[in-house]
Design a binder for this molecule. Sequence first.
Ligand SMILES: [Zn+2]
Length: 67
Amino acid sequence: MFRVDLTKIEGVEDFPCPKCGTFISPDDLTKKVYTLLSIEGNDNNPTNMVLQCNKCKSILNLDGFGI
Ligand SMILES: [Zn+2]
């Protein structure tokens, strides 16, 4: 599992997958590039998200929402 700290990323728009470099946008509701595995908080104000890159199947644990 990869841990991604969104506070270290410029903006929260999107970020490259740590393994394959595919750009993933947490706000992308089409879910073409990733699969949402779990979410804490609510949809409008998530505190933590776990998703899987659809390209390389890496599990990404996103921290740092709402800071
Ligand atoms: Zn990937």
